[in-house]
Design a binder for this molecule. Sequence first.
Ligand SMILES: O=P(O)(O)OC[C@H]1O[C@](O)(COP(=O)(O)O)[C@@H](O)[C@@H]1O
Ligand SMILES: [Mg+2]
Ligand SMILES: [Mg+2]
Length: 340
Amino acid sequence: MSPDRISLTRYLIEEQRAGRIGPDLRLLIEVVARACKSISVAVGKGALGGVLGDAGTDGGSINVQGEAQKKLDVLSNEILLEANAWGGHLAGLASEEMEHSQPIPDVYPRGNYLLLFDPLDGSSNIDVNVSVGTIFSVLRCPEGVTSPADEHFLQPGTAQVAAGYCVYGPSTVLVLTVGHGTHFFTLDRELGSFVLTQREVRIPEDTQEFAINASNQRHWEAPVQRYVADLLAGKTGPRGKDFNMRWVASMVADVHRILTRGGVFMYPLDAKCVAKGGRLRLMYEANPMALLVEQAGGAASTGRGRILEVAPTQLHQRVPVFLGSKHEVEAAGRYHAEAS
Ligand SMILES: O=P(O)(O)OC[C@H]1O[C@](O)(COP(=O)(O)O)[C@@H](O)[C@@H]1O
Ligand SMILES: [Mg+2]
Ligand SMILES: [Mg+2]
């Protein structure tokens, strides 16, 4: 590798030398990155790898969320479990695809961190060859706990020591924060290593682009109805400018666009998901994305408060999500405040 190319390994060693992370966290992130490489290979094989379609045989299988699992949901979960069980840096892990967290069994080497992940985000896009990804969040295992249970994972997003996602698109990009900025690492497929391609990503504070699943419009709460109506009104409306709209339906891809060129991503509370508290999961979707976005100068809110300060009560808890360009997330918050 040429000396001016900074690999993920070198970046992490430099962070360790600067005293910003310890060796265990460095190695944990390396293990997660390696698992993401394996998932990237599986995703890339598509129909040739036999990885498309539903998991299970007759009628498919359903996960703890009541959602149909795809083969790649199951495979990605297995890859992450297998890699991390042996990694030696974790006390326990939790996944979208598993009802409860799992402590690392006694027979394996153990560490002091907890890992949460959405092994394959954007499942509805797998079979149509659109970008999907893996999202992860790292917490400290509470002091004195040797066999962590679900309750030990229930820490606010502010407690995350690292967070990231890997987007499997035309290129595979690992996006990482250890609490000192958000950085992009692109996978060099020939060499098999992640290379730093953008340091200190910054999200513009203003934007003219928003992302929301507009098919839910009739179910939205009044402040979201008003906010989106004002965006759509464009130049002649109260916002005085035209807005563009994008919706990939893979949170990783939508957030990656926002980290790259700004925008606001919304999955608000609506009448369909109000009983569950929202659509997106707090612990392994909203929290890691919120940390990445804040570390890039953006904002992340439930519409009524900072996502990272939500006190979790359940492992698979859901929350409303507004994240991206700071001024636009603040504007969405004002519409909520005015309505209450
Ligand atoms: O299908 P909808 O309602 O547009 O929802 C799309 C959202 O659902 C998700 O796919 C949920 O993630 P999973 O695929 O991990 O369940 C998000 O990535 C995305 O933002
Ligand atoms: Mg997801
Ligand atoms: Mg998923």
